[in-house]
Design a protein around this ligand. Structure first.
Ligand code: SAM
Ligand code: SF4
Ligand code: SF4
Length: 353
């Protein structure tokens, strides 16, 4: 008997909601050099066993398999991806894969000044830098590290190296940095970057989350309209998580409204953790172990079959379900710190955001 023929990148396959598999976020480490209060607020963390962390060759093999199934956007993330030793070597391996149209990196920027040029030379297309505040003292309070100047230097280095279009991501938290919306927009515009406001999400890791701390899409738009006048939507967002808007002066910015206006119906993203677990949703409580079959010598065809059958059964729409809970008055932090210690895969810093 012949096994079922596999879809190829020319024949996209879809999940139960008709969503294709196109975008893969690859976490290269669960370690981080910051302790952002919306992501890693605890004092102690349980880390992935070192021997489980995939080598660059293993990551490149899995990415190759995914791209042969239609993935054409790959984003390296973490933890903090720039903590992974010799990351440009991995970038160079991935950049040789012609199926990847978009090869990007999300970073907190602390180590970017030292690495931007090497990453660019290795073939990285662009970076997104997380920047939640323009105030060094506030940065220290938000992240428990004194590294604000290094982040700004990293952003500048990325610009000089041509890692563009440069994007800046700002998680807004009421009472912490929501008074900087206008300043952050002006800063981004001044350096030719596009800023995206991210709603504070109740994901694993966000153990201090509460609904009243969320600055919603509606709040952001109301503030900007009061200040600048009409804010107009820019084209269709398609499969992208951010809705884009234009201010009267032409400034373009984005909002990722995962908490109050989820976009699960157009979610073509999945996540590979540093130890090779594949997650179909940010809120998924279980992942699919790809490391074990890979290390046991599974063929590319075997891995493809596992990936295709898993994706075809995908029903995830985690953020929508969180919103449904909110309507019932039952929404609070997604997981308890004890559960996170038992399974660090539930953490946002393991999953890669
Ligand atoms: N360390 C890198 C960084 O911060 O850019 C990459 C990994 S981080 C987990 C990826 C993204 O997740 C960051 O932009 C971060 O702001 C976002 N993130 C983490 N926790 C979040 C939360 N509770 N709500 C919304 N976004 C969050
Ligand atoms: Fe902050 Fe990113 Fe580190 Fe989380 S992984 S603590 S968001 S820098
Ligand atoms: Fe995709 Fe899950 Fe996020 Fe919805 S909650 S957009 S399904 S990752």
């Amino acid at each position: 008997m012949h096994p079922t023929p596999l879809p190829s990148s020319q024949m996209p396959f879809v999940d139960t909601l008709g969503r294709p598999l196109r975008h893969l976020r690859v976490s290269v480490t669960d370690r981080c050099n910051l302790r952002c209060q919306y992501c890693m607020p605890e004092e102690e963390y349980v880390w992935l066993p070192r021997q489980d962390v995939l080598t660059f060759e293993e990551i490149a093999t899995l990415v190759q398999v995914f791209t042969e199934l239609g993935v054409d956007k790959v984003r390296l993330t973490g933890g903090e991806p720039l903590l992974r030793k010799n990351l440009p070597a991995l970038v160079a391996m991935l950049a040789r894969n012609p199926r990847i149209r978009d090869l990007a990196l999300t970073t907190n920027g602390v180590l970017l000044a030292e690495q931007a040029q090497a990453l660019r030379d290795a073939g990285l297309h662009r970076v997104t830098v997380s920047l939640d505040t323009l105030r060094p003292e506030r940065f220290r309070q938000l992240t428990r590290r004194d590294a604000h100047a290094r982040v700004l230097a990293g952003i500048e280095a990325a610009r000089r190296a041509g890692l563009t279009p440069l994007k800046l991501d700002t998680v807004l938290i009421r009472g912490y940095n929501d008074d900087e919306i206008l300043d952050l927009l002006a800063y981004a515009q001044g350096i030719g970057a596009e800023l995206r406001f991210i709603e504070y999400m109740d994901v694993g890791g966000a153990t201090h989350w509460s609904r009243d701390k969320v600055v919603s899409r509606a709040d952001i738009l109301a503030l900007l309209e009061a200040h600048y006048g009409a804010v107009t939507p820019v084209a269709e967002r398609g499969w992208a998580p951010a809705e884009r808007f234009c201010l009267p002066d032409g400034t373009i910015f984005g909002i990722v409204a995962s908490t109050t206006a989820p976009f699960c119906r157009t979610c073509d993203r999945s996540r590979l953790t540093a130890d090779g677990m594949w997650y179909l949703c940010l809120y998924a409580t279980r992942g699919i172990d790809l490391r074990r079959p890979l290390r046991r010598g599974a063929s590319a065809a075997d891995l493809k079959r596992l990936i295709v059958t898993t994706w075809q059964a995908r029903q995830d729409r985690g953020a929508e379900q969180r919103l449904e809970l909110e309507a019932l008055g039952l929404r609070s932090a997604f997981v308890h710190p004890d559960e996170l210690r038992q399974d660090p895969h539930l953490e946002m810093h393991t999953r890669g955001g």
